[in-house]
Design a protein around this ligand. Sequence first.
Ligand code: HEC
Length: 111
Amino acid sequence: MKRIRIAVLSLAVLPLMMSRVAAQATGGKDLYDANCKKCHGVLGVPPKLMKEKFPKLAPFDAAFLAKNNVDAIVGILNKGKGTDMKPVKDKLSAAEIASIAAYVKELASKK
Ligand code: HEC
């Protein structure tokens, strides 16, 4: 009986531990989803309506990555770009900006 209880307990705890690890690894994704997804799209491809509203929106893809490394992305997040890409440095910490930039690079390198 005791052994069964231990087995049930570890089955219950394991997903909890795993979800905590996943949450750490996806910090950039959560921040991106909360702050960027609306305009840039869930996978870095702007939704059609946004593209119509902001014609300069370009997908995060290989061509984007060829022109922008992580430092350049951090720079855009700190300073903004054009009239519609607002800087986020007053809203997010340097660490948060760094993890979003890494996530944007990850999205771009998948295309
Ligand atoms: C209100 C819509 C909007 C939101 C929200 C937004 N952006 Fe943008 N973003 C734009 C537009 C529009 C441009 C194009 C600006 C230009 O070139 O004039 C742009 C440009 C960029 C660029 C440069 C792309 C290139 O091809 O040079 C990067 C990188 C970027 N955004 C990242 C982000 C990230 C990361 C976030 C979230 C923190 C974010 N943006 C939030 C609208 C948005």
